[in-house]
Design a protein around this ligand. Structure first.
Ligand SMILES: Nc1ncnc2c1ncn2[C@@H]1O[C@H](COP(=O)(O)OP(=O)(O)OP(=O)(O)O)[C@@H](O)[C@H]1O
Length: 317
């Protein structure tokens, strides 16, 4: 099958004026990545790493300086209108809704733009209204919506024409826990029902954990990692954490080989020990702890993904 996104040696420079000089900023460099139909890909990186620039090239907003890009088999700049029929884009910070119109009017206009009419329009709008729980604010002008409501309306607007590829730039930024959860559940369902391909940039690792089966890390314009989340943790040797509940309070377990004591609660009844999964195992740490105190319960926590990404950047400096 033809990849839905294919970037080959893709690059984009900007020339910025600094006092009297012009300085070249290489925003994206030598990016070669293919995304297959149906994949859900998290595109992550620090501020200024080049995520938005990549998305703008994928959607035809920016012309690349170097290399090639095909989105849905199309040339994004030259075939931008054809591409718009197959791609839905959500920019967390920018709206494609009409500020003074009720939400449902925006949907009607967008449906007309995409030549979606009659029963097809009713069915798709009905599906989105139900799944994104928008019935209560369909007649409310967009400017009066809460952020969570507006984001749901934005996502519905971008997905009204059932695009094959949905690109989301920071879709959950600023949302409360419940709104985030709703939006994520919707995207998971949309993908399951329609085989939609997702590409999302985010600083929220919860988005990546719950939505994506592949992660691309971009660092200063270049691809730093391409694989799954557990692999990302292994690559940087991130620590896991053993949490032990003990039968009686004991002093902090500071000398368990291969571990770092993180914290104690309840005068030492619960202790948290970080360990490097490459250097030792949870079983070995547990055996050592058991020699010092009776363990009533335990849990092993996976690496904190924020920490993982910080380590990737640090390793490349
Ligand atoms: N229009 C522009 N003119 C000049 N420089 C730009 C322009 N757009 C982006 N850049 C520069 O290109 C680099 C990459 O920016 P980009 O917006 O793609 O990063 P990002 O990963 O999306 O960051 P963020 O997470 O902060 O949104 C940065 O150094 C940025 O300052």
């Amino acid at each position: 099958m033809e990849p839905i996104i294919q970037m080959t040696g893709l690059g984009r420079d900007f020339h910025v004026r600094e006092r009297l000089r012009r300085r070249k900023v290489v925003a994206v460099d030598d990016l070669t990545v293919g995304v297959e139909p149906g994949e859900a890909v998290g595109y992550i990186g620090a501020n200024g790493a080049g995520k938005s620039t990549t998305i703008k090239m994928l959607t035809g907003i920016l012309v690349p300086t170097r290399g090639e890009v095909r989105t849905c088999g199309l040339h994004p700049v030259r075939e931008r209108r054809r591409l718009a029929r197959q791609v839905g884009v959500v920019f967390g910070q920018r709206s494609q809704l009409w500020w003074d119109l009720p939400v449902q009017e925006s949907f009607r206009i967008l449906a007309a733009v995409h030549a979606l009419t009659g029963e097809a329009e009713r069915a798709r709008t009905g599906e989105l209204v139900e799944q994104l729980e928008m019935a209560d604010f369909l007649t409310t002008p967009v400017r009066q919506l809460s952020l969570g409501q507006r984001m749901r309306a934005e996502v519905a607007a971008a997905l009204l024409h059932s695009p094959r590829l949905v690109i989301l730039d920071e879709p959950t930024i600023g949302l409360d826990v419940l709104s985030k959860q709703r939006l994520r559940e919707f995207l998971v369902a949309e993908r399951r029902l329609h085989g939609t391909t997702l590409l999302l940039t985010t600083h929220d690792m919860g988005d990546v954990e719950r939505l994506c089966d592949r992660v691309l890390v971009i660092d200063r314009g270049r691809l730093a990692y391409d694989g799954d989340l557990p692999g990302l943790s292994r690559t940087v040797g991130a620590e896991r954490v053993l949490v032990v509940d003990l039968s009686e309070p004991v002093p902090d377990l500071l000398d368990v080989p291969g571990t770092r004591h993180l914290a104690s609660e309840g005068h030492g009844l619960r202790q948290r020990l970080a360990f490097d999964a490459e250097a030792t195992t949870a079983a070995r740490v547990l055996a050592d702890v058991s020699r010092r105190a009776e363990v009533r319960d335990l849990a092993v926590e996976e690496p904190d993904i924020e920490d993982v990404v910080r380590r990737i950047y640090a390793a490349r400096r």
